[in-house]
Ligand binder design. Structure first.
Ligand code: FRU
Length: 494
């Protein structure tokens, strides 16, 4: 393993030692361990002929690399990009079975169908054999014109396997539904659900799963340059899905191709690719590209909406039980100047909490009416002169469709990264906000207590940009509590 200093290397998010990764694949709790497979090109930090990389963990944070699980067949010609696209894993009576899309580069292999579905099996959870019966689905239905990939399989209560597949046509994205008694013979049951063009024309990485007393469907969408994951929650009965609510799984720019699984404790856990197609990748200079998000536990909130929280195990990363910084009950002084405009009050935090491996927990209240320009939040990845920084803030949301007094959460990385810039927003349900922020060398993930998340990569311009400051402007906010923990690196522990 390289001992080179890699300034952007995430410490508690999974990333490849070398080469490229994109989607998480085959997430499963199997043989007493968490298994993470992933889209991988081991030879260079770019999307080449795809493999499935493989890692296992006891706690979702300390990952052990295993040999590549699936590799493309020998190239038919130089430049053949055929490979193993995304898919899922199931336990078939003790046999770990991977179900994936065989992508065929038709320039190198004219006449072949570009996308078919195939399986591979393993008894030891390390070595996988592609099935002789492949492809198990060789032709696509006529109505699936824009793509035919990313099988997600689960076992129904009736003992039959079900598969959802990503597809679409020029009218919108589609999810196709299949059924099988044995993972080898599949019957097409039809289009499970379709969208209109506002959510793109090809839905990737669909996943349908029970949650609470409902079912949720998630799909990755790509529309007008915006990439993200949409959820629908509702009923799934008699092979039909009827959504009742809908939303985004994450409001940040770097969250795509999410997949879920149920673990031994019965939790529904989601992991996504913490990047996007077409992103600037400053880590390519170090020979690697891509990382996974924090594992998140999904739940349905009281309004039937799909919500996320970080998995409990993330607390084990805290360097000490006691926060490095703790403040409670900071209330603006009676008669303190109001409406003082855009002027900003800054509180630089001491070097103890400087850092790029942090958890920040804050509860803030925004009393009364706030004029435009009122904001409170954090400056992260800050250079010593304060010129380069990333802002994570709460601001008044006058245009909000929510109750008066609602807040908007934003992440503004325009001045803090050599990667893609931009400002991203998400509306909060009330005028009180509880946030948990996780900072890991080249990313920040912000979780709200009402179940929303924003995920953004940040590649600081200089390795020393690790400053943290609090800021406030305009009308006062009340900080009910603020705690900052330094986090320990699972990589350092080996
Ligand atoms: C989503 C995706 C999938 C495909 C894979 C290829 O990011 O485009 O649809 O299977 O990546 O690497």
């Amino acid at each position: 393993m390289s001992t080179r200093y890699e300034p952007y290397r995430p410490q508690f998010h999974f990333s490849p030692k070398q080469g490229w990764i994109n989607d998480p694949n085959g997430l499963i709790w199997w043989g007493g361990k968490y298994h993470l497979f992933y889209q991988h090109y081991p030879d260079a930090p770019l999307h080449g002929p795809m493999h499935w990389g493989h890692a296992v963990s006891d706690d979702l944070f300390h990952w052990q690399d295993l040999p590549i699980a699936l590799a493309p067949d020998a190239p038919a010609a130089p430049g053949d990009r055929s490979g193993i696209f995304s898919g899922s894993a199931v336990d078939d009576d003790g046999v770990l079975t991977l179900i994936y899309t065989q992508f065929t580069d038709t320039n190198a292999r004219p006449g072949y169908p570009p996308e078919t579905q195939a399986i591979a099996t393993s008894r030891d959870g390390v070595t996988f054999v592609k099935a002789e019966e492949n492809p198990v689905i060789g032709t696509r239905p006529e109505e699936a014109t824009s793509g035919f990939r990313d099988p997600k399989v689960w076992k129904g209560d009736d003992g039959l396997w079900r598969m959802v597949l990503g597809s679409g046509d020029e009218q919108g994205g589609k999810v196709l539904l299949y059924c099988s008694p044995d993972l080898r013979n599949w019957e097409y049951l039809g289009v499970l659900y379709r969208g209109d063009r506002t959510l793109g024309t090809m839905w990737e990485c669909p996943d349908l799963f029970p949650i609470g007393d409902k079912w949720a469907l998630i799909v990755s969408v790509n529309v007008d340059g915006k990439q993200g994951v949409v959820w629908f929650a509702g009923r799934f009965e008699n092979e039909r899905f009827e959504p009742e609510t809908q939303g985004w799984c994450d409001f940040g720019p770097d969250f795509y191709a999410a997949q879920t699984f149920q673990d031994g404790a019965g939790r529904r856990i989601l992991i996504a690719w913490m990047s996007r197609w077409g992103a600037k990748i400053p880590t390519a200079a170090d020979g690697w590209a891509g990382a996974m998000t924090l594992p998140r536990e999904l739940y349905l909130d009281e309004n039937g909406r799909l919500a996320s929280r970080p998995v409990e195990e993330v607390r084990t990363l805290r360097a000490s039980e006691k926060p490095a910084l703790e403040l409670t009950g900071i209330v603006p002084k009676e008669g303190s100047p109001r409406g003082s405009g855009p002027e900003e009050v800054l509180l630089e935090l001491s070097p103890d909490v400087l850092g790029d491996l942090l958890e920040i927990e804050v509860e803030v209240e925004a009393p009364g009416d706030r004029g435009p320009g009122s904001a409170f939040g954090f400056k992260l990845f800050r250079s010593s002169d304060g010129v380069q920084e990333v802002e994570v803030g709460l601001e008044a949301a006058p245009g909000s469709s929510m109750d008066k007094g609602a807040l908007r959460l934003y992440v503004d990385r325009e001045r803090g990264t050599v990667g893609d810039g931009g400002r991203f927003e998400c509306e909060m349900a009330s005028a009180t906000a509880q946030l948990r922020l996780f900072v890991d060398r080249s990313s920040v993930e912000v979780f709200t207590a009402d179940g929303s998340v924003m995920t953004a990569n940040v590649f600081p311009r200089q390795p020393g940009n690790r400053g943290v400051a609090l800021f406030a402007k305009g009308e006062p906010f009340v900080v009910r509590s603020l705690r900052i923990w330094r986090l320990e690196s699972p990589l350092a522990k080996g």
